[in-house]
Write a protein that binds this ligand. Structure first.
Ligand SMILES: C[S@@+](CC[C@H](N)C(=O)[O-])C[C@H]1O[C@@H](n2cnc3c(N)ncnc32)[C@H](O)[C@@H]1O
Length: 346
């Protein structure tokens, strides 16, 4: 069966060469490169760290850029939530996909959160000196009371030490394995930024998050639905990743943390399925350089930006693999979302 599929891909490739479909050739060459890159990285991880993947350092480790990133992520959390001033005070918060620093967690602490747990599936290479400078800078921007809250939570003068009653960081646990923590209904708020698009088993992830969230609690997830520059990075169409056959994409994803290709409709259906009150805001659409400010609930087909985006999709939709090809046009052009959901009271 697999041999047949392989022969089908090869003949598709040969066909493309014949008809000069250069972008398809480039697409397949890139796919082969991704598969090889994934294999090399995996061998490297296994040699270095055993079973916990040794993820590469994230790309924004310029201190000022990181501070801007933290502030932007945090401000979005409070900007789009009703009565958000009280959202974090005295609350137990779970942050999924910490990344390379505890900046967001510290922002919650400075807003009088009772406790923050931050988890990541992978160990991220940390630059301790820069991390210390980062926390110092973050702290300096706060008022005296907030600074005190930070000081009671983290000591970063010599080495970074956490007061684990206020803030804890665990790595090696993915959101789909939250049951490892063995605590049900323990958190008031669950947040993540640019994480859910990397998760393999999102159904399991939502099941686990639902278990761990208290009734009346909130989930806030910002999700990047783009191709993470897999193909758009070399100027191919931004939806090229939705044209890659499922088997090939699965092989690429096995070893590289590329997006899971779940689009806005998945999250909409999931919220209905788990019976949450929810709102999904659109942060961006394909072909647009900047994000929408403010994020919006609907797209207006008469607006220029939306028209341009739909035009970009128009000649390309036929190339998409099933089921993407059959999806609603507006759903296909949405390249980023902000999901706000509230678990109903019992
Ligand atoms: C693009 S980074 C975002 C990091 C951070 N939230 C930020 O905004 O800078 C994605 C993060 O999600 C983590 N991650 C990927 N899959 C995960 C999973 N299944 N469970 C928890 N974290 C995951 C990665 O290790 C990485 O730290």
């Amino acid at each position: 069966m697999k041999q047949k599929i392989f022969v089908k891909y090869i003949s598709e490739l040969i066909n493309c060469i014949k008809v000069n479909e250069f972008h398809t050739i480039i697409k397949y060459i890139l796919c082969i490169c991704f598969i090889l890159k994934g294999l090399i990285l995996t061998i490297n991880y296994k040699l270095k760290r055993g079973r916990v993947k040794y993820h590469q350092i994230l790309n924004h480790y310029n201190i000022d850029a990181t501070i801007n990133h933290i502030n932007r992520v945090y401000e979005d959390y409070i900007k789009y939530i009703p009565n958000s001033t009280d959202l974090f005070r005295d609350k137990r918060i779970l942050e999924i996909g910490t990344g390379d620093n505890l900046g967001i967690a510290l922002k919650f602490i400075s807003q009088e959160a009772e406790f923050v747990l931050t988890i990541d599936k992978y160990y991220i290479i940390r630059e301790r000196k820069k991390e210390q400078t980062l926390y110092d800078k973050l702290k300096r921007d706060l008022n005296k009371k907030q600074q005190k809250l930070i000081e009671n939570t983290i000591n970063f003068e010599n080495e970074i030490q956490l007061n684990k009653k206020k803030l804890n960081y665990i790595y090696g646990v993915g959101v789909e394995n939250l049951n490892f923590l063995n605590i049900d209904k323990a958190f008031d708020v669950i947040v993540s930024n640019a994480v859910l698009e990397h998760v393999d088993d999102l159904d399991k992830a939502f099941l686990e998050m639902d278990k761990i969230l208290k009734p009346g609690g909130w989930m806030i997830h910002r999700i990047d639905l783009r191709d993470h520059e897999m193909f758009s990075g070399v100027k191919l169409h931004p939806l090229t990743f939705l044209t890659v056959p499922h088997l090939i994409y699965k092989i690429i994803r096995k070893n590289l943390n590329t997006p899971n290709r779940k689009l806005i409709d998945y999250y909409r259906n999931k919220m209905v399925e788990i019976n949450y009150d929810y709102k999904i805001l659109i942060t961006s659409i394909i072909g647009m350089q900047e994000e929408f400010t403010p994020f919006r609930e609907n797209l207006n087909s008469n607006e220029k930006k939306v028209k341009n985006s739909l035009k970009l999709l128009e000649n390309f939709q036929n190339r998409l693999k099933m089921p993407f090809k059959m999806k609603n046009k507006h759903d296909l052009i949405i390249s980023g979302i902000f999901l706000i959901a509230k678990k109903k009271l019992l």
